[in-house]
Design a protein around this ligand. Structure first.
Ligand code: F6P
Length: 322
């Protein structure tokens, strides 16, 4: 293999730059040329290829976002878009590609592999942690820490005013940010799409905990219910009008910021392993870290969203938040 390309795709996540740095420097070590593609699949179609060298990835390991920029490409869903992308990869004599992104990016790579015979290897870049085949995706740890920092501040004001707060966190299809961050902030309840909220149970919990605590934090995963935290807060308010209730949507703040130590290390390991996987002839697999070891999961399986919630954690939340 003489030349590879690398790009970031989908929602950005802290650690993507660290991963990119590892891909570029590992390739250079193996005497492979590297091209970066700006704006994800859109840039592959529109010919936004740039030559990368060791210097182009200097001083980025600590930076959030992605220096290559990213996009959710609509054009890549069309045959014409894919044909343009394939032509550009051929034009630059690309023999392997590393895609740093989430489930949409890997689904795109799978679809593309029906017409393009160039091997793709993926690194799991998403704050949602909703990919099968890795304990932690790139950016998940940082996002949880961001949520914890924000909710600690909300707790101060909630406690001062004896208020009930509903705090909505990201995670379109998964409650994994909600679960870990919720444990970290000592949330009174965590509402996730995987466990489907029973409002009656929530109301009983709030009523029975009334005497123990003056402030209450309910963490709501955005995918929990259409309308999210506002809708749930409204339902609860109708039944418990004497609670002084507020709603905070944390939003895109969760995607930014410097990557945590764990994200920097994991991203570096995954980027390094991705290039070596291409050299070993692997294709259409996602690199993951499971029980501290590098693992390869076929894209078909990685995007299945069936990462089971740890039932021990869920049981623990119920007990600790009483
Ligand atoms: O992919 C991660 C994610 O942050 C989800 O948690 C969220 O639902 C979505 O991206 C938001 O996407 P956008 O940046 O397009 O608003």
């Amino acid at each position: 293999m003489k030349k590879i390309a690398v790009f970031t795709s989908g929602g950005d996540s802290p650690g993507m730059n660290a991963c990119l740095r590892a891909v570029v420097r590992t390739a250079i070590y193996h005497k492979i040329e590297v091209m970066g593609i700006k704006h994800g699949y859109d840039g592959m179609i529109k010919d936004e290829f740039v030559t990368m060298d060791s210097k182009s990835v200097a001083n980025i390991i600590h930076r959030g976002g992605t220096i290559l920029k990213t996009a959710r490409s609509k054009d890549f869903l069309t045959i014409e878009g894919q044909q343009h992308a394939f032509k550009n990869l051929q034009k630059y004599k690309i023999e392997g590609v590393v895609v740093i992104g989430g489930d949409g990016s890997f689904k795109g790579a799978l679809e593309f592999s029906k017409m393009c015979n160039i091997p793709f290897v993926g690194c799991p870049g998403t704050i949602d942690n909703d990919l099968v085949g890795t304990d932690f995706t790139i950016g998940y740890d940082t996002a949880i820490n961001t949520v914890i920092e924000a909710v600690d501040k909300i707790r101060d004001t909630a406690e001062s005013h004896d208020r009930l707060f509903f705090v909505e966190v990201m995670g379109r299809d998964a409650g994994l940010i909600a679960l870990r961050a919720g444990i970290g902030v000592g949330a009174e309840s965590i509402l996730m799409p995987e466990t489907k909220t029973d409002i009656e149970v929530l109301i009983k919990r709030l009523e029975s905990g009334r005497k123990n605590k003056s402030s209450k934090i309910i963490i709501v995963a955005e995918g929990e219910e259409a309308g999210g935290a506002f809708v749930i807060a409204e339902k609860v308010k109708k039944r418990l009008p004497d609670f002084d209730t507020r709603v905070t949507i944390l939003g895109h703040i969760q995607r930014g910021g410097n990557p945590s130590a764990m994200d920097r290390v994991n991203s570096s390991r995954m980027g390094f392993a991705a290039v070596e996987a291409l050299l070993q002839g692997k294709k259409n697999v996602m690199i993951g870290i499971v029980d501290k070891n590098i693992q390869y999961t076929p894209f078909e399986k990685a995007v299945k969203h069936i990462q089971e919630l740890n039932q021990d954690l869920i049981r623990m939340v119920d007990i600790l938040s009483l």
